[in-house]
Each structure stands twice: as C-alpha cells, then as structure tokens.
Design a protein around this ligand. Sequence first.
Ligand code: ADP
Ligand code: MG
Length: 708
Amino acid sequence: MTGTDGLESVAEMFGEDVFNDAAMRMRLPKKVYQALKNSVDNGTELDAQTADMVAHEMKEWAIEKGATHFTHWFQPLTGVTAEKHDSFINAPGEDGKTLMSLSGKELIRGEPDASSFPSGGLRATFEARGYTIWDAASPAFIRRDEGGATLCIPTAFCSYKGEALDQKTPLLRSMEVIGREALRLIRLFGNRTSKKVTPYIGAEQEYFIIDRDKYLKRTDLVFTGRTLFGAMPPKGQELDDHYFGTLRPRIASYMKDVNRELWKLGVPAKTQHNEAAPAQHELAPIYEKVNVAVDHNQLIMQTLKRVATRHGLRCLLHEKPFAGVNGSGKHNNWSLMTDDGINLLDPGRTPHENIQFLLVLTCILKAVDDYAGLLRESAADVGNDLRLGGNEAPPAIVSVFLGEQLEDVINQLVSTGRASSTRKGGKLDTGVSYMTGINKDATDRNRTSPFAFTGNKFEFRMVGSRDSVAAPNVVLNTIVADAFHEASEAIESAGEDRFEETVHDLIKKYAAEHRRIIFNGNGYSESWVTEARRRGLPNLASMVDAIPELVEDRTVSLFEKYGVFSKKELISRMEVKYETYAKDMNIEARTMLSQACKEYLPAIIRYTGILAESVCSVEKAGADPAVQREQLLKLNGLLGEADEAVKHLGRVTAEAEKCPAGRRQALLYRDTVVPAMEALRKPVDAAEMLVDREIWPVPSYAELMFEV
Ligand code: ADP
Ligand code: MG
C-alpha cells in the first residue's frame, strides 16, 4: 500500500531490510527455524547443517534485496562499529561463471585480521587472530549506502583465547546472569509461568544538527567533534524557545528521512523533538531487549550521521559540541521483563503491598549504592567530562530518585518495619473547568537525578551521547544480579515457612542500609555536593578519576563471580580507557595549536595591523584616534596572552606525548594539558569579540547554532 505522498506505508516498510523472525519463519524450513529459535532461546549449540541452511536462506534473501556483500558487524572498544566486507562470489568455475554463496561457517564465525583495534594488552600485534561470532539473537539486516547494499551480521568479537575485545560479549554474558538470578528470585515468590527474564532498554539519543559547509570550515569540529574555541553569541538557550519548539523545515525533512531509514532497519524510532540548546534534538526508540537495543542505538547514530550528509547537514554526537549551552547525553531507560510480559519494576497500584516489587526495588538501591563508583565509571568518556556536573546534566555523583510516593513507603518500612499505606497522586487541577479530572502521576519527575525511577523503569541519565550503551548495562545487569543473588540465598536458607518474614527483613535491611543513595532534591545544586560528601557518596569528577573503579578488588571479584569479565579483561579495558583519554586529549591539544597558529593569531595580527594604520591615518587627518588606539592596545594584549598560551600548550603537550601510555600519562593530560587548553581559549574567544567579522577566519557560534 502506498500513502498519499506516494511512499510505502510505515507498517509495510517497518523491518523491510531485516532478516527478522517473520522473514525467517517464511523462508526457513520449519525444523531449521525451530532449531534456530531453540538455540537462541535456550542457549543450545547450533549444528553445522542447520547453520548452513540458515546461511543459505539469509544469503538468498539478501541478494533479493540487492546485496552484493556481507559483513560481520561488530563493536570493538573504539565506541563505534567495525566491519570487513566480503562479496558473496566464489572462485569462478571452468565456465568462467561464479556462484554466490554464504556458508554456515562464514555466518557463524569470521576471522578479521583486526589486530589494530584497542585490546589493552590482551593481544600483541603479532597475535593477530580475533574472531567475530554470530549473535543470532540480534537479527541480520541490509545496510544501504553509496557502496550498495550489504548484509550485516551482528557479531561478538573475541581474541584467540576467548577474551572479550568488544562491547557485546560482556553484555550478552551479563544478560544471562541477570536473567538467571531474576528468574530464581521470582520463582521464590511463586512465579511458575515465566520462562525467562530479560533486561530491556530504551535509549533516548540527543544530538546537534548544523550546516555541513560551516562545519567543514571548523577544523576543531572536523577533528574532535566539538568546538575548541568560540565566543558565546548574544543569545543562547536562556529563553527556552528551542526546547520542544516547532521543527524548522530543513530539520523536519531530515527527521523524516532518518525515520524511514530506521524503520526499514526495524529500529522502532518513536519520539522526536527539539532539545534545550539551539540546534539540539532528540530521538527516542521504543524499548527493546538490551542486546538488540544496543545494536539499534549504533544504527541510530550511524543513520543520523549518514542522512545528515545527504541533506547538506552535519550531525554532532559529541557530548559537548558548544561551551555555554547544554550538551548531549543518552538516557538509558532500564527494566526487567519476563517472556510473558511481567515487568519486575512495575509497582502495581499499591506498592506497599507488593512485596516482590519492594524487594526488587531495595535490591536495586543496594546494588547502586554498593557500586555507585562503578556505575559512574560505565558512563565515563572524554566528552562526558565536559558535561557531568556541569549544571545541565546529572552531577558526577550517583544518587537515586524515587519520588515522594516510594520514598514514603521506604520511610515507613525503615521506621516501623511495615508499610501500611501508599500515597496517591490525586486529581490534577488546571483551573479550567472542562479540563479537570485527570489523574496525576503519584510522583513528579526529577531532571537533575542521574538514576531516576520513572514509574516502571529506571532512567540512567549519565551516559554520554557518543558512547555505546553497552557498558552501563553490563554494570547494571551484573550489580543487580548480585543483589538478587544475595536475597535469594537468604530466602532459600531461611526456608519456606519463614518466607514472608525473611522478605520483610531483607526489604527493611536494604532500605535502612542504603537509604543514603536516595536523593529527591536538586542534583545541580552546590549544597548537594556537600550533602553527598557528608553521606559518603563518591564524587568522581573526571573520567581519569573513575577509571580505577574498573580494577578495584570488589569489582574484579563481582565480575569474576558471574563470569562477566575476567581480571585480565578488566585490566585491558582500564588500559584502553587511559589510552583513549590521552589520545583524544592529544588530538584536541594539537588541533588547538594548529588553529591558533594558522588561523586565529594571523587574523588577530592582520586586524591589529589595520587598526595601527587607522590610528596613523586618523591622526594625520587631525582627529583623535582614541577608540582605535584603545582597541589596538586591547587586542595586542590578547595577542600576547594567546602567544604565551600557545607556547605553554606546545610544551606541556610535548611532555605528555613523551610519557608512556597509562594512568600517569592520562593524569598529565588532565592536569597540565587541559588547563593549558583553557588558557589558550580565553584570549582567543575575547579577541573574537573585537575583530571585524569579515576577518575572523571561521563561522561563529551564532552562525553554527542559529543558521541551520
Ligand atoms: P518518560 O515519559 O518516562 O520519559 P517515555 O515513554 O517517553 O518515558 O519513554 C522514554 C524511553 O523509555 C523510551 O525509549 C521508551 O521506549 C522507554 N521505556 C518505556 N517503558 C520502558 C520500560 N518498561 N523499560 C525500558 N524502557 C522503557
Ligand atoms: Mg529524556
């Protein structure tokens, strides 16, 4: 069916380019389909013959869709996806013709010589072997671009010894762990019907859109994804007129194309709107199983970028593209759902009676309180350092927002050991007679909380906009699984007769011991920082401060206990992160040096020359060049300051470069290079306000943010 604009209906196009369950059911022989499904649902190994048949049908389907190549699509520790393409062709036969094929072996396992990806010492370069292994739980899809159509097979990426080199492997491990522990817990509460518990997430994605031609004139944006210089325009976001504002035509047309591409890929893009900062927007998909949602979030980021280029635009996914206005994050909405549709985070109508919910809730409080630092680390990323704690994003201190209703229940539990009532939301009064009568939510929202309960899910709001959402979910799944594990052990050992009493004791114990993590107030305020310190909550201000959490003894034993990470894998991740931090900061510092020397200083010099000439000629004409002279002196002063700052930044960067990779180097960048970068930015931004705009060499903030 085609719509009024001559395009396919959305329902028809949805998932058109995905080898999803419907496509498999239609194309695979029943036995093969069942075997595959069984393998995904119950973790049984797929036999070679079945794999061959799945591969064959997948290839036939892909060729019908116009695909010429296939690729194992994986997520190394670079934060983006990687692929290596192979065409379907075989060696030509005697007759000079070729057959197209994809074997079961090619589907299941790939061996890219991918030794250049960060491994944090898990592999030396001579140990080049790494394997990509098919994740049959995330459907294959066709990606279309200027290179044609490619069948993308989602995979995990491991070393020769089976160590995880990617985001996905630990995520899949953690899903099994939380699935097992959650099922065990609900069985104790008498659930006999559910067969599986799976973490689901909906990841809201924020991004900026700017004009591509202007983007290309800014080397800072091109090399680092953010502006390293730039004076604030007269108008920022103070009027809040962009937030939820009407979409400009160019943006609306862009979003329309983004949605279509995503729908074809089976990504359930749902909500879109303008965000708080000028040129900032958001896209939210409907929530899905976490492994699929993590893949889909990568597809969302790639699609946002690719479609922007086609529209003469550029999508900025950096956490802080512009100083002075809001940055971008990714809100990770997380819940636990059974295969028969029960959400373990649903309080029901009267939470105080729902003791299973209260146990789940207090287990989560315990998990987040016990591992607040680790959770914060999972959102640590170079760009996020400019955002977290910056009065526009959650602070770097992890706390939990429960809302009045649940906090009241927790308070009753702690003080009396029992909760006997639940506050209701009541009716909403708008003051307009015909509008009265709608029921209010029992709790308001809190935009300033990093970990907020929002009705039947938790929203972890710290994640960076560029980052994969895999890492925070690995942590969430594992820490909550551990809390469930402890609770189940206690309930089982107390025995069935003492079930009610044990559950109540546990709820009360966890609530009392971990109440300090609950904070319903303003997370942006200074007083919260003081209060959090008093409560003993960690405040890890920067990525470099957070990284050591990865290898704390408690972290290692937690992850090893559940087989999510080995100590070696954790150390490797720590090393990759230090190195990434140093490399990113080095690129930023070098970009600043190059911009300052080749663009800004020459422009200031040119303009001071013009002013000097003007002083002379005005004087010659018998007038008073006081204003010109004052401008000249001011600019010359800034020029001197900038020149000193360039020299200093050059020196400290060279020193940091010489330092061997690791924590010490990362600290050098944070403590000497970052302040030197700030010192250079200051005089250049001040000069921007004084120099003739015709002479200023790059588009200004105003042009970038307001002229799209
Ligand atoms: P809110 O109104 O609380 O912001 P929305 O309905 O707008 O929630 O959803 C925000 C994101 O949370 C969306 O991606 C949505 O699909 C996701 N979401 C909604 N319910 C759940 C759930 N039970 N588990 C995980 N994610 C969810
Ligand atoms: Mg949001």
